[in-house]
Design a binder for this molecule. Structure first.
Ligand code: DQA
Length: 150
């Protein structure tokens, strides 16, 4: 089972970006935590971060040919990108949307997600643990789909 972990704009700043909202873990630390959990769960991960919407769209289309699903924190593109939603639907792979903060409890412009309605699930508000919870949910879903015990 192979999963692509996609990080959107500004997430390379984690650790020093508004730590009171996003915590102190760096992106590398989050990725390491995901690697450790993936090893436990028997999944293989690949990682991609970009500040460019186009690069994210290209990565998703390309990665979909080799992965079973996506774990994605689209950052601010969550609230703006119809193109990202179309890509997520278009590639036909399940994806889980994750957020460090809980956008539903923040500014009104963060309360809309273009992705949530087409996601397998959304995990938000648990800091770096949102990623780990999302990975568990995605792996369980994929395992059920392939006839495993879940
Ligand atoms: C975020 C929430 C978004 O609203 C924001 O633009 C981000 C981070 C989160 O993980 O909490 O960049 O996706």
């Amino acid at each position: 089972m192979r999963i692509a972990v996609v990080h959107g704009p500004n997430l390379q700043l984690l650790g020093r970006r508004e730590p009171e909202i996003y915590g102190i873990a760096t992106l590398a630390e989050i990725n390491r935590g995901l690697e450790a959990l993936a090893a436990e769960l028997g999944a293989e991960l690949e990682f991609f971060q970009s500040n460019s919407e186009g690069a994210l769209l290209d990565f998703i289309a390309d990665a979909a040919t080799r992965v079973d699903g996506f774990l994605a924190n689209p950052g601010a593109l969550t609230h703006t990108s119809v193109a990202l939603r179309d890509a997520a639907v278009g590639v036909g792979r399940p994806f889980v949307e994750v957020h460090l903060s809980n956008p539903a409890g923040r500014e009104p412009f963060r309360q809309q997600s273009y992705l949530a309605g087409v996601a397998l699930g959304v995990v938000a508000g648990f800091g770096a643990s949102s990623y780990l919870l999302g990975l568990r949910g995605l792996v369980e879903h994929l395992r059920r789909g392939s006839g495993g015990t879940g």
